[in-house]
Design a protein around this ligand. Sequence first.
Ligand SMILES: C[S@@+](CC[C@H](N)C(=O)[O-])C[C@H]1O[C@@H](n2cnc3c(N)ncnc32)[C@H](O)[C@@H]1O
Length: 441
Amino acid sequence: MPGNNPDFSAAARWLAARTPRERKQRGQWVTPYWVCEAVIDRLAADLPAQPTIVDPACGDGRWLIAAARRLPGARLVGYDIDPAAIDAATRTLAAAGVTARLICADSLGERVQEVADAVVGNPPFVRPQHLPRDEAAALWRRFSVATDKSDLYACFVERALQWAPRVALVLGHTFLSLVSSGALRRRILASGLDGVFTLPQSTFDAAVETVVLLCGPDDRREAGQITASGGVEVHGTLHVGAEAWSTDGPLPQLPGSLLGSIASVHMGIVCGDYPRYVHHERRYPEDRPTCRGRDVRPWRIIDTDLFVRYLPRDMLRRKPYVAPKHAGLFDVPEKVVLAGTTGRRLVAAVDTHRRFPMDSCYVLHPRADADPWGILGLLLSREVAAWYGTRFGAPRVKGVEVAQIPIPDPPWTSIAAAARAEDEVGLSTVVREAYARTAGR
Ligand SMILES: C[S@@+](CC[C@H](N)C(=O)[O-])C[C@H]1O[C@@H](n2cnc3c(N)ncnc32)[C@H](O)[C@@H]1O
């Protein structure tokens, strides 16, 4: 009955039968039904009578039920790669009295074709490293939006835009700003961007921030939010910048050249076997002091007496895909260490203890005569935080993103001095002056 929540108990049985690894590889999470209802409601006004609606990753079919209730007479099609999901959808739709064509197939398959009025749903979020290697390589060859470390959901957006003029999909918030999603943003703009609407942080049982992307030829470029009580609410315009989009006002701009041009950014040691190589207290002659992202705080690294048994050849022999790096990257009097899992804030310190940081950190090496304290001051300044926070609100910072930070022209003597003194207020003044000087050059 319209207005009543359908019986979704088949989804619980389907997901309980999957291991956590299977769920991760297939991006299996269900969408709260109120999201499906709110999005379909918003889409309905733009659709012809009795439209064809496709969900390319339908799970238990809940988006199709919302579509059937809001759009009587709609022709409904659902794909899922997992037979157990299709089984759950068959039961769920039958119980709700909804008829749809359900297809158990890879909707990214080369031969799979649809012509629809709208594609809706919540495609799987899967980072390429969690996909089987051959599968990822083939997809990254076939889909133009799959570049670098973009997420699998990017391929679903490209596919959806091949099938229909209108698309409403749940995506990760980071696609708005990550460098690796640049090709996806350009593809969306080419088809028409109706809006981006943020979902409450608690929408999914996971630490991922999500938005709903609406594509359509009207190209309205709205920004807003979707809530359980208010549905889709428009708050303003989406700011579409060359290198990022923003739902909350214009992106702060900073003049300057890229940090990557004056410093190299390296991930810490990927040893492939933490228990074997990392331990407390010095035990072996090849032990080097190390740190993890969680030990890095603004200005300083907390000493936890953690050591890495630094045997790069041994690490590589045991696991050829690891990246132990080389000692020259770490064994230096001063280098900047950045916590790699910092969310919206940059957290960094200058290491003067010749630590060999692990892979939850990045190590920044100034090129030529750039001062690591100057780099630290910039990374911890309010100006860079504001710029960075709106662009890279990612749960995990990537080295390539860090390298994009615009830095002012030298000299940075006063920035380095304020950083050495941990003078946050003074730092903000000198950093602002440095950017103003660079803007007026
Ligand atoms: C995030 S879940 C969404 C399920 C449902 N649409 C919902 O919103 O509750 C993603 C779904 O995509 C399916 N899936 C993953 N890869 C797929 C592929 N290549 N083709 C079709 N379905 C796929 C998964 O089995 C899973 O059911």
